[in-house]
Design a protein around this ligand. Structure first.
Ligand code: ADP
Ligand code: MG
Length: 328
């Protein structure tokens, strides 16, 4: 579970909202994390019911741990047959494969066998043997996930392959919630799906939203920087929230798909700002794997705004994001 941001603006805005409406913001455990939405004065029980029903629906489709999910059905059929899936799953897998292509496999939604083997974030986390690791790694390749638009099907071509959408599903869910907010004519809201943030609409006083990005060296304490933004998604990937330590070594929950080992690069955290939360989510995971230099080049070439906090504490940005960042 990752809680990558502190909201400086939320406390004052929240009290204003409470005076106008008796409906409190809502939080719940969904998608393996704490999800919360604050629609301020436009929040109503019916709105929150609709938002959280949609979240649970997406979870029920995309979960890698729920044996009844559509994703699990695709994984069980690996090496045997294609499975026709919902528009939701097809869309997310299609987007994931596109990001895999753009990142040359640094993002890979077929990373499932490696994620299961290491078990990071579970009670069976361990460092596997080289043999186990190689066996799992050899099953990871996004090019062996075949989609067919004709019957909306997903086929993992080799037995043992498994999809894991942990690096992208929260982003998709945030975009979907933003769509619901728009359909309900909500003026402003903050969606926080375990650190996958969507800042919806504009603040009542016309000033930008402001989010604080944690200092990776003291994730419970002082923020490292503050980011000002209009309506957008802000997603951070870091190795400090979910990780596993053994023999003095530290293993984050983001893997390098090419080695089957937790990514060990010079990125301490990377925050992506984008109008699509799905892309912000997937690219933040990919940028963590790629390391600062390669990720910066890719972000610049794709026009993606990102803020990197490097191992040596240097903060760097891409695009024109520098003007939106204040360092502490
Ligand atoms: P979080 O889930 O903490 O928000 P991320 O968005 O960076 O963080 O996603 C990490 C999750 O993505 C992992 O828990 C795993 O399920 C999955 N994952 C790990 N490595 C990769 C990778 N290289 N490509 C795609 N998904 C990955
Ligand atoms: Mg991600």
């Amino acid at each position: 579970m990752r809680r990558g941001f502190l909201f400086f603006v939320l406390v004052p805005v929240f009290f204003v909202a409470c005076r106008k409406s008796s409906i409190m913001p809502r939080s719940a455990d969904v998608l393996g994390t704490v999800c919360s939405v604050n629609a301020f004065a436009d929040g109503s029980a019916a709105l929150y019911d609709a938002l959280f029903a949609r979240l649970r629906q997406i979870d029920g489709i995309c979960s890698a741990t729920d044996a009844h999910s559509e994703l699990s059905a695709v994984n069980r059929a690996a090496g045997e047959r294609a499975v026709s899936v919902s528009g939701d799953l097809f869309f997310v897998v299609q987007a994931a494969l596109r990001v895999s292509q753009l990142t040359d496999g640094a993002f890979d939604c077929t990373v499932g066998p490696v994620v299961s083997l290491w078990g990071i974030g579970t009670d069976h986390a361990h460092v596997p043997s080289d043999h186990e690791r190689e066996a799992a790694r050899s099953l990871v390749d996004w090019r062996d996930c075949v989609l067919s638009e004709r019957d909306s099907s997903v086929f993992l071509t080799r037995k043992g392959m498994a999809l894991d959408l942990g690096g992208i599903a929260k982003g998709y869910a945030a975009d979907e919630l933003a769509g619901i907010l728009r359909a309900h004519n909500v003026r402003r809201a903050v969606i926080d799906l375990g650190g996958t943030i969507y800042l919806f609409g504009a603040k009542a006083d016309g000033t930008p939203w402001r989010v604080a990005v944690r200092n990776p060296d003291c994730p419970q304490g002082e923020p490292a920087l503050m980011l000002a933004a209009g309506e957008c998604a802000v997603v951070t990937s870091g190795g400090y929230e979910r990780y596993f330590e053994q023999d003095g070594r530290w293993y984050p929950h983001i893997f390098d798909p090419r080695t089957g080992v937790p990514a060990q690069t010079d990125v301490r955290s990377v925050t992506v700002v984008h109008h699509s939360a799905l892309l912000a989510d997937a690219f933040s995971t990919a940028f963590f794997v790629l390391g600062c230099e390669k990720a910066r080049l890719l972000a610049e070439s794709l026009g993606i705004g990102a803020v990197f906090i490097a191992e040596n504490h240097v903060v760097s940005t891409t695009g024109d994001l520098a003007q939106n960042v204040v360092l502490f």
